[in-house]
Every structure is written in C-alpha cells, then in structure tokens.
Design a protein around this ligand. Structure first.
Ligand code: PLP
Length: 660
C-alpha cells in the first residue's frame, strides 16, 4: 500500500492490512497532509508529532508532551499550546506579503494587525506582538475590554491599533488618549453616528484625531461567515453615508484625519475570487477618495484569510481554494492594478488575519473514558431464543449475503430486519417477551446490521440507497470523551464546522473501530459525529479498541482560533488546563514546558453563576446537622461528609479518570 490510501478507507480494508499497518498509512487516513500544513505528521513511533519552527525541521512528539504533562500531574482535557507556531505563522504571513510586494512591484508596504478576539490569552498576544516586531505588526480590538487590554501593548509608535466594533464615549476618549501619547491608533467608524461622537470627544479633549471608516461593500464573501460582508451586512457604513461623511470632513477642513479604509468579508473566505473582487471594489473607493483630496494612507482588508480544516473535499464548508501565497499575491496585485489604472499611489495594505495566525498553535487533548459498542450476537444472552420471532431474526442474521450481496438483496434483508425488530418491540410492550429475550434481540439486530454494513463496504457511499446509507452512522461506536463540546468546540456545535481529530498515539496499529465522540454534557448535541473527509458527509472516525487500564488520547487540531474563548458553560464545565510548550533542541524530546495554567475549579465555575462556596458549605452543613440531630447520621460521619463536599470545590469540572 502506498502513502496515499484511498480516502474512503473502510473497516474491512483496514482489517485486511492487519499486521502491515504503517504510521504513513495513518498519516494518510487522517488526512494530515491536507490540514497539517507541514506542521504536523505521524512519526515512526505511531505518534502525532509537530514541527513548530519556521527555520528548522525540529520535531516534537505530542504524545511525549502528553506523558510529560501527566508526570507533572496534569489531567486531561488540556490544551497544548505550541507557542513557537504563533511566531512561525506571524513570520510566514508577513514574509508572504513581502514576497508578493517584491514580485509585483507594489510601491508600498504591508502592515498587519492581529485581531485579539481570535484568542485574547495574554501569552498568545504577547508572543504575536514579539514575533511581529520586525514587521511593525500591530493589534486589532473590537470591544471596550479588548481596547483596554491592547492599548498598553503598543510598544512602538508606528505599530497600528485598529479599533473596530461599536464604540461609546469612554472608548473614544481612551483612543484619543492613546493618540495623544503618539500611538498609531485608528478608531474605525462602524456607524455614521460614531463620527460625531469622535469629533465631540476630540473637541472636549482639545486634541486632533485620526480615524478609519469601515465600508459596506457590494462584494460578499462565501462560506459560513459570508454575512459579515456585503450590502446587507450588519457592519459598516454605506457608500451614501461615506459621501455624506466626506462632505462634512471637507466642510470642517479635516480631510487628512481620514486615514484608513476598512472592509471585512467574513472569516474563512472560501473563494479567492471574492477576495479579488472586494479588493478591487475597495481599491476604487480608496482611489476616488484620494482624487477628491482625501489623502488616505491605509486600506485594511480585514480578516478572512482561511485555513484548511478539511481533507481535500472542495465542497465542504470550512474548505478554501487557495494557499497563503495565492492570497497575498491576489490582494497585492488587485490593489496595484486598480491604483495604477486610477493613477494614485499604492496604499499601505493592512490585514486583520486572526485564524491564519492562531489556528495551528493549539491542540485540544481529550481522553476517552470508555467506548460503547453496538451488540454482537455472541450467544452469551441467548436464553429464550426459541421464540419464533427471535428465531426468524437469528435466521436473517446468519444468512445475510449468503446467496447474493447486491444492493437490492441487502436492502431487502435490512427491511426484514426492521420489521422483525418492530414486532419484537410490540411483543415486549405486551409483556410477551422476557428481558433477556429483548436484550438478545437487540444484540442480534445490531450484529445483523454490522454484517450488512460490512457487505456495503465495496460500494461508494454516494451509490447507496438512503435506507442503507443510514446503517453506517447508526453502527458507529460511542467513544465517551472527557470534555464538553460546548466549552471546547464551539464552532462545531454552533455552525457545524468540522475539525481534524485523530488519535495521538497507537498510529502504528490499524484503527479498526468506527466511532463518534460523545462528550460529558447531558445534551444530545454534545456529540461529534461529522468528520473531515474527501466525501461530503463522513459520520464516523476510525479509532482503536480501548485497552483495559490504558488511556487513549485524541487530539483536536487547528483549535487555536476562536474555540477557547467562545466556549460556554453548559453543565458548568470550565476552562481546560493549558500547557505552553516551546521547542528546544537541547532538551530531551526537543521541548520544554514553560508554563501550566490550571483549568477552572468547581468553585470558580459556580461563582460565575452566583453560587459561593461559603454559602453552599453553610447550607450543606445545615443539611448534615439535621440528619445528625435526627439520629440518622453519626456526628463523625457528618464531619466526613462535609469534608468530602468541601474538597469537591477544588476539583476540576471534568472527570478524574485514573484515581480517586
Ligand atoms: N476583523 C474583523 C472585523 C472581524 O470581524 C474578524 C472576525 O471575523 C477578523 C478580523 C478576523 O478574521 P479571521 O480570523 O478570519 O482572520
């Protein structure tokens, strides 16, 4: 078998390779080359490894990192942050713009900003600011709290702070204060009214100001976030409002205060064509404003530079049809062409790429707690199998595919199976079957479905009739994982974005099971059942059978953008523990753990919803005392119970999987 395993690899075909499975096959099975961008691969030990540095091939075995964390007492779920990958991405994006500028003869520079909404963690922002220094890379904020966080990080006067989002007078004054300190801060007017507000505050403070304007383009993006752009977008001002604004500016003799023209098409732009059109449209507006006497310096193309989360399926949501270099070249070329035609100077190009900077650097590691497989008819529960309906079910089970295994015959068997199952449910409701008989029937039914499913493997999923296409997903095992989708995979839950997920180890063994991932929450939505694939809709992940007493870890990759910060508190599951890992060739395993940030405790999560430990403890104490007084509980036991309760406040909100 070559490295390029067929994407729709099946359980039977993996089983065929039993004994000859290689890590390279796992690399292909989980489509690592498609989404890993060269930063991730499966190593010879069958572990996922990372290459976080831009200037060397130095590799870190992620399973070794998991082991090192366990040795330090870290429990999972945990986030591994490969801090070097942030630096690598900042360098890569800036260098790509520089190359596009050189190659196209563009006569100005690129000056990017990092939108901190994508990941506000201080260490993440600090790493990016540090890596961005040689490139004059700045920050973008979209709210009051983000502004307060970002302002003190303007270490040089030339780096930009682009302030998007709705603003109030407090924010305007803060931005003006920053401008007074000589910082390159640009409030971007999202609404026409913000201009009056900014002017008023500037007058009150007696200072001049500079600002940008977010325009609503006709060009919309494509993909999951397309509504962030286009004429109906909730953001930005219209062309008519822009014209009104420039008239006012001229009347007030302030044309030079208008420095930056901004648009944002939405995140994860799927099609480069949209980028080109948007840059052309914004370029025209910039050029015409310049020719009307407004000496704008910057055109800010917003975020949207995509990341490939997918596995070569051009139709999948979350896929993109370009590389980073395609993107930067398209932007620079489109702007150059428009400006040259209009005979105006080329502007500084600003971009607000968040996802493309942050997505790669963090990996969510979750531990599988157990796996629930659908029954097999191993005969252990065959008591009472003499009932005629059960006998009929057993007959179908044993003879499936015996004569012919074409789709018609398999569909017929499946229908018969379902009829028999309906009869069994009815008989049970009427009290005519014993518990054992019903249990045996369930196992026979699923085992028969499994047989049909095995016989379906040679067929392409698209060729299956709807009835038969349902069998595979129904048969998938449930792998219960110690995490919350609502907390840690917000975009999967909210908008159905698929993430690359795979085992971190045992990749030198064929993963013979097919599973979906079930989380800890009491919610049927708390399940990952769609996975990246070149097929349109893949409803299972290839996983290994669990071994008793041996932990099994899965990595959810490309987790660094938006996911940590947008997660919610469903069932009060809290922030997960984080480990900041740096590459170092002098250290064993090529890495060291710089810092561990503990996840939220039960006490911290409860305080978020106004339960405070002292009050809860007092109430618990009262309950116990009532029982002691009533003689139901001995005082010594009462003390012990209260102690157990008190201890739980300092626990992680997730399960303890290995000891008490
Ligand atoms: N700029 C603005 C105004 C945004 O709303 C966003 C997020 O949607 C971004 C930048 C970052 O986008 P991305 O992470 O796709 O680069």
């Amino acid at each position: 078998m070559t490295e390029h395993i067929e994407a729709g690899i099946s359980r039977t075909s993996i089983a065929d390779w039993n004994g000859a499975w290689t890590p390279q096959q796992a690399d292909a099975l989980y489509h690592v080359p498609d989404w890993g961008n060269g930063y991730f691969f499966v190593n010879e030990l069958g572990h996922v490894a990372a290459r976080p540095l831009s200037d060397s091939g130095l590799a870190i075995d992620l399973y070794e990192v998991v082991d090192a964390l366990k040795a330090l007492g870290v429990r999972f779920p945990a986030l591994i942050r490969l801090q070097d990958l942030l630096k690598t991405r900042v360098i890569r994006i800036n260098e790509s713009f520089r190359k596009a500028i050189r190659d196209t003869g563009y006569e100005n520079v690129y000056q990017g900003v990092f939108p901190i909404k994508v990941n506000q963690l201080r260490e993440v922002v600090e790493e990016i600011v540090e890596a961005g220094k040689p490139y004059n890379f700045g920050l973008e904020c979209g709210s009051k709290a983000e502004l307060v966080a970002a302002l003190p990080y303007l270490e040089t006067d030339s780096m930009l702070l682009v302030c998007n989002g709705c603003k109030d007078a407090v924010m305007m004054r803060l931005m003006l204060a920053g401008q007074q300190l000589g910082k390159n801060i640009l409030p971007v007017l999202e609404r026409y009214e913000e201009y009056g507000m900014l002017l008023q505050e500037a007058r009150d403070m007696g200072v001049p100001t500079q600002f940008g304007v977010r325009i609503r383009l006709s060009t919309a993006g494509a993909g999951l976030w397309s509504e962030s752009g286009g004429e109906t977008s909730k953001f930005g001002i219209s062309l008519s409002e822009l014209l009104k604004l420039v008239d006012e500016l001229r009347d007030e003799e302030h044309p030079a205060a208008f420095k930056l023209l901004h648009f944002h098409l939405g995140s994860q732009i799927a099609d480069l064509q949209n980028v080109r059109q948007a840059v052309e449209e914004a370029g025209r507006i910039y050029a015409r404003l310049l020719r009307r006497g407004f000496p704008l310096q910057y055109v800010d193309i917003g975020g949207g530079l995509g990341v490939s989360y997918e596995a070569g399926n051009p139709d999948a949501l979350g896929t993109i049809n370009y590389t980073l270099d395609d993107y930067t070249r398209t932007v620079i070329e489109a702007m150059r062409d428009v400006c040259d035609e209009e005979k105006v100077p080329h502007p500084v190009i600003v971009s607000e790429s968040g996802r493309a900077v942050a997505a790669f650097h963090s990996i969510l590691v979750v531990e599988v707690v157990n796996a629930r497989t659908k029954g097999s008819a191993d005969g252990a529960l065959s008591t009472g199998a003499e009932h005629p309906v059960l006998q009929a079910l057993a007959y179908i089970h044993d003879t499936i595919g015996e004569d012919e295994a074409n789709l018609d015959a398999l569909e017929k068997s499946y229908r018969t199976l379902n009829n028999l199952r309906d009869q069994i449910v009815l008989l049970f409701r009427r009290g005519e079957l014993e518990l054992e008989q019903k249990a045996y029937a369930e196992r026979l039914y699923w085992s028969a479905c499994g047989r049909i499913n095995d016989l379906l493997q040679p067929y392409s999923p698209d060729a299956l009739p709807e009835t038969l296409a349902r069998i595979g997903p129904q048969l998938a095992d449930h792998y219960l994982c110690n995490f919350s989708i609502f907390r840690s995979l917000a975009d999967y839950w909210a908008i159905g974005q698929r993430f690359p997920i795979m085992p971190l180890h045992r990749l030198d063994e064929p993963p013979l099971n097919r599973g979906t991932l079930v989380d800890l929450t009491c919610d049927s939505d708390g399940q990952v059942k769609r996975f990246i694939s070149p097929e349109q809709d893949k409803r299972h992940l290839e996983l290994h059978a669990l071994r008793p007493g041996e932990p099994y870890y899965l990595g959810c990759f490309l987790h660094g953008a938006y996911q940590d910060i947008m997660g919610d508190m469903h069932n009060l599951f809290g922030r997960v523990t984080e480990a900041h890992v740096y590459a170092d060739p002098e250290e064993p395993g090529n890495f060291y753990i710089e810092k561990i940030l503990s996840g939220a405790t039960v006490e911290e999560q409860l305080a978020q919803v106004q339960y405070f430990s002292n009050d809860l403890e007092r109430r618990m104490n009262d309950l116990i005392l009532q029982n002691v007084r009533a003689g139901r509980v001995r005082p010594k036991l009462g003390v012990k119970l209260l102690d157990e309760y008190r201890h739980a406040f300092q626990e992680s909100t997730y399960l303890r999987t290995h000891n008490r």
